[in-house]
Design a protein around this ligand. Structure first.
Ligand SMILES: [Fe+2]
Length: 234
């Protein structure tokens, strides 16, 4: 009889489990420790698509003005200003100097404003972002953990840290984040194939997809297969 051991640890309000010894520390969301940050954990949501599709959607700005109209974007402000993507020293990718005009992109935002974003993905199925209104009200940090159930079904865990927000109760912050996640879910579920193609010739990419392209290359480079077209063939 073979005994399987696992390690479990609570971090960021989520219980993480690893069969065997963890290869990495649970240190990918340091923003959770920022003093004055209020943590909101959404109830996990089932998304009928692959985990890499869920992550890629989280890293994408180009859909804001079409999927999150009136919150994260508007048709009249659909342009994604150019940004840069860099490899971070201990593995992973970061998109920097991202900006997007949003009518109500932060809880309690008083009118449309340009919002600054930084995105990070590390490890492959966990992505984080920091967003802040240009000129400075408290930042919003979000971590998305895409937990695979099958190659084409994912449980999305979303944790947000709201800095210096004393005007909204927890339910209002929860509802703000959940509304956006609920708008994303049918869009991700409609993408085909559900497993992410890592061959860049399969889908059309534009300049605003710089992070998506880098993400697909990064997965391919490390031979990551789960939830990808290549992985589904194995
Ligand atoms: Fe979205």
């Amino acid at each position: 009889m073979c005994a399987t051991t696992f390690v479990s640890e609570e971090r960021y309000g989520v219980v993480w489990m690893c069969f065997g010894e963890p290869a990495h520390a649970l240190d990918f969301f340091p923003e959770a420790a920022i003093p004055g940050g209020r943590r909101i954990n959404l109830a996990p949501q089932t998304v009928r698509s692959s985990a890499p599709r869920v992550v890629e959607n989280f890293l994408d700005m180009a859909h804001f003005s079409f999927v999150h109209v009136g919150i994260l974007g508007e048709h009249a402000h659909a342009e994604v200003p150019d940004y840069e993507v860099v490899q971070i020293p201990d593995g992973g990718l970061e998109a920097r100097q991202c900006r997007y005009w949003q009518p109500a992109g932060m809880p309690g935002q008083g009118g449309g404003a340009m919002i600054d974003y930084v995105y990070r993905v590390k490890p492959p199925l966990i992505a984080c972002l920091t967003k802040m209104a240009s000129g400075g009200q408290g930042a919003l940090h979000i971590m998305l953990a895409a937990s695979p159930v099958t190659q084409t079904e994912t449980r999305a865990w979303l944790v947000s840290i709201h800095e210096d927000d004393t005007t909204h109760d927890d339910q209002a912050l929860y509802d703000f984040n959940m509304e956006i996640l609920m708008q994303d879910t049918p869009i991700v579920e409609s993408q085909w194939p559900k497993c992410l193609p890592l061959d860049l010739d399969v889908e059309l990419h534009q300049k605003c997809d710089r992070m998506s392209v880098a993400y697909r290359r990064w997965l391919a480079g490390m031979g990551f297969g789960w939830g990808t077209v290549a992985g589904a063939r194995r």
